[in-house]
Design a binder for this molecule. Structure first.
Ligand code: SF4
Ligand code: SF4
Length: 465
């Protein structure tokens, strides 16, 4: 039977629910879906905090030898996550180091012994049905998984039940209370030029079934929707899961992955289900959906087998890099070592970005490590970088308003932010901004809009601490 019959695809366009954002040209669409494995780095820098929360507490001392997967820092608070060694070798230093946001955090530095020796892995391979929700959650937390998102948080914290009434949310004056009825697993990446989830959709992963079962057990969702990019068929395992569901409660929705920011939760839920996540501070669970990407779901499946997270799949791209594609890299690898191991630069890099070209954070130091929250590394040439150089005054063209997926007036907001009128910007909806960068992308005056919004949000946050 053809895949399309099995998958029963819908299209967002035909539903007429998603009409803002931008369409990324095909030439900027994802790169090769082949996976490369980065060689072992000579040293890793492991920040004790790779998410929003408290740092983990080290349980090893300088000079100790460690093996891959060994616990090196514990989480003694709910908002912390354990940390594991990602190479074998010697703990060389405990020091402060900058993370990709430019924040100095305590970090452990391990020098490799080149042996890549692992701890003994547990033999216990429990079936998901024999584990209760609390044991599933414990295993996810012990694996140290982080949700890669605008505000990266420990995955376990994101999964804690949200079915109770919430006091800080209201939609048209009503409190938002909704039971989770849908598990949505998305094969779209945050940005069209990222490709890890698209790559994952092509390959069979034994852990995917367990990840889905764990998410259903934790959230109580009765049906599953897979979201795929219509430009990147096939997705054989997803189609098999649809066919195997005798209850017919699993389906595939096929969307145009070149529409941006369709991969972000707020527009995605609106496009697929017509549900609007309340902003600011809303969460997909507030409208009854547990939403996770394919990569996270597969990592979650591995965590059930008690395998700690020591590496990460990231997209590596940009015209200045010699090799591009999907790379499996040990967490803590400095970006300079990673670039060198992939053949270095093929052209002068005008901008180095951790994350995608539209939403990522510019970097100025090659010693910044790859952390669990980072989905991509891009080295852009001058031709690929629209924002380098002087920006001009806003000409009130309104293009940014036409593309903003959450109906803000970015040009006006940017003027308030540039004049340090942060509270006025807040009243105009600043905190609902998804930082998607669509407004930057279309602005003919090349105004650094998202940069101004991030700065303003940071100032508001600091003022309230
Ligand atoms: S204002 Fe925010 S949400 Fe709207 S387009 Fe710009 S970055 Fe995206
Ligand atoms: S797109 Fe740029 S120039 Fe046009 S209104 Fe928005 S900020 Fe102003």
């Amino acid at each position: 039977m053809p895949l399309t019959n099995l998958s029963n695809p819908l299209s967002a366009e035909s539903m007429g629910l998603f009409f803002k954002g931008v369409k990324i040209p095909k030439r900027q669409a994802p790169i090769s879906l082949d996976m490369m494995e980065a060689p072992l780095p000579a040293r890793v820098i492991l920040p004790l905090r790779q998410y929003i929360g408290e740092p983990a507490t080290p349980v090893v001392s300088v000079g100790d030898t460690v093996k891959v997967g060994q616990l090196i820092a514990t989480a003694d608070r709910d908002t912390a996550l354990p940390l594991h060694a990602t190479i074998s070798g010697r703990l060389a230093e405990v020091t402060e180091h900058l993370d990709c946001r430019g924040i100095s955090v305590p970090a452990l530095i391990i020098e490799s012994d080149g042996a890549d020796s692992w701890i003994e892995r547990p033999q216990e391979h429990n079936d998901i049905d024999s584990l209760g929700p609390s044991e599933i959650l414990t295993r996810i937390e012990k694996a140290g998984l982080v949700l890669k998102a605008l505000a990266p948080i420990p995955l376990g914290a994101d999964l804690i039940a949200r079915d109770q009434p919430k006091t800080h949310l209201s939609l048209n004056g009503r409190q938002v209370v909704r039971r989770t009825d849908t598990l949505m697993v998305s094969a779209l990446d945050m940005e069209p030029s990222l490709a890890v989830n698209r790559y994952r959709a092509h390959i069979h992963h034994a852990e995917l079934t367990q990840g889905i079962a764990a998410l259903k057990a934790l959230t109580g969702a009765q049906r599953t929707i897979f979201v795929v990019d219509k430009h990147y068929p096939p997705y054989p395992q997803l189609a098999e899961l649809v066919a195997a569901d005798e209850q017919e409660a699993t389906r595939i929705v096929s969307l145009d992955g070149r529409r941006f920011p369709l991969g972000l939760p707020v527009p995605l839920l609106k496009a697929v289900l017509g549900r609007e996540v309340p902003l600011p501070y809303g969460h997909p669970r507030d409208v009854g959906v547990a939403l996770y990407d394919l990569d996270t779901t597969i990592c979650l499946g591995s965590s059930i087998q008690q395998i700690p997270q020591v590496d990460s799949l990231i997209t590596v791209g940009g015209g200045a890099l010699a090799r591009k594609g999907i790379v499996k890299v040990r967490i803590g690898t400095p970006i300079g070592s990673l670039i060198e191991s992939l053949g270095g630069f093929s052209d002068d890099p005008a901008r180095l970005i951790l994350g995608g070209p539209l939403m990522g954070i510019a970097q100025y130091d090659l010693s910044i490590p790859i952390t669990k929250d980072i989905p991509a590394l891009f080295a852009l040439t001058r031709d690929e970088t629209a924002l380098i150089g002087h920006y001009r005054q806003c000409i009130n063209c309104g293009l940014c308003v036409r593309v903003c997926p959450v109906n803000l007036v970015p040009g006006m907001l940017s003027l308030y932010c540039a004049k340090d009128r942060f509270e006025t910007a807040e009243r105009q909806g600043l905190l609902s901004c998804l930082e998607c960068g669509c407004c930057d992308y279309v602005c003919p005056s090349r105004r650094p809009l998202v940069h101004l919004f991030r700065h303003a949000k940071q100032q508001l946050m600091e003022a309230r601490q």
